[in-house]
Design a binder for this molecule. Structure first.
Ligand SMILES: *Cc1c(COP(=O)(O)O)cnc(C)c1O
Length: 335
């Protein structure tokens, strides 16, 4: 038996070697798992998780998907687009004030017809209350709401990256590589949690490592072990018993910088470097910050005990546009 799932993502995504960058760096080869190619406008890691969250919503005959995130949330954008694709409504709770311009992900949310509630930091602290209030409103109008947590990171969404690990196993066999590390950004923990479980279930035999872009190591360890315990509980009739305490949750803390969705110039420089060297675009909130952190650890020799490392490109390109000033100013200064 399998958990409910609806196929939304273009899978499998490619695993490609960053040839020029790896040569420039001279250490282990860096490969990218192109999860930025899971779709077009709806692309990124969230789509893998939403296959299960929305799969579950459909078994409950939901007519509206309610979720939350930052103003430039990739997860909210993917949810809004997939709701439209499936003939459902979407309602997003976004943290912060309505911005002066409707840019990046927020533009796509709006075009896809999402209902949007902006929540102050305090209101966002009580997100559960917000969710319940909005769900009640929909119910009173005859709709069937389904709440998806931030980042679709819960025991349901975990399946997305458990299945990605299965895909990676095939990628490694096909490329005849045995990477010592599979690396990603961690924001709400579902990608890392799923990869950790998948590494165990599908015997990837690698180290799963993530750079947190918000909060800290303790928060992620708590969040991920809770999600895994809930997963074990919810699916106990279809999954083997996992020694949860023996699963390593490897978070490399210390690269959050000025804060969530705020980056140092170093991150912008790395984004520019990768765009020019490889024609690949990272975003300032997740992939650019984590990749920049990975390069720093790389040059300190952290990954020298292996020949290949894999970075999961989790998407996020629309997050570049609202940060255009960070790139434009520099270009003017150069000329
Ligand atoms: C959400 C997101 C992440 C983080 O994934 P989590 O599962 O929330 O930890 C990384 N990269 C991008 C582009 C994202 O949108």
């Amino acid at each position: 038996m399998n958990p409910p799932r609806i196929h939304l993502a273009q899978l499998p995504t490619p695993l490609v070697c960053m040839e020029r960058l790896s040569r420039e760096l001279g250490g282990p080869r860096i490969w990218l798992k192109r999860d930025d190619l899971t779709e077009s406008a709806a692309s990124g890691n969230k789509l893998r998780k939403l296959e299960y969250s929305i799969g579950e919503a459909l078994t409950q005959e939901a007519s509206v998907l309610i979720t939350a995130g930052g103003v430039q949330s990739n997860h909210c954008r993917a949810t809004a687009i997939m709701a439209a694709r499936l003939g459902l409504k979407s309602h997003l709770v976004l943290r912060g004030k309505p911005p002066s311009s409707t840019d990046g992900n927020l533009l796509l949310d709006t075009l896809a017809g999402a209902e949007i509630t902006f929540a102050t930091r305090d209101e966002f602290q009580n997100l559960e209350d917000q969710f319940l209030r909005i769900a009640d409103e929909y119910r009173s109008r005859g709709d069937m709401p389904f709440i998806i947590p931030i980042g679709a990171s819960d025991e349901i969404g975990l399946w997305g990256y458990i299945e990605c690990a299965r895909e990676l196993k095939k990628d490694f066999d096909y490329q005849t590589i045995n990477p010592g590390y599979v690396i990603s950004a961690a924001g709400s923990g579902g990608t890392l949690g799923g990869l950790i479980l998948g590494n165990y279930l599908h015997a990837l035999d690698t180290n799963i490592v993530a750079f947190n872009v918000c909060d800290d190591e303790a928060w992620f360890k708590q969040k991920i072990s809770t999600d895994i315990e809930h997963w074990q509980q919810r699916y106990k009739s279809i999954v083997p018993k996992i020694p949860v305490n023996e699963l390593a949750i490897n978070i490399i803390d210390g690269y959050v910088g000025p804060g969530y969705a705020r980056a140092d110039q170093h991150v912008y420089d790395t984004i520019k470097r990768i765009a020019r060297t490889e024609g690949i675009f990272f975003d300032p909130v997740y992939t650019g910050k984590a990749f920049d952190a990975m390069l720093q650890e790389y040059s300190n020799g952290r990954f020298d005990d292996t020949r290949d490392i894999v970075f999961i490109h989790t998407g996020g390109i629309y997050g570049l546009f609202p940060e255009r000033e960070q790139f434009i100013n520099e270009t003017i200064a150069e000329s």
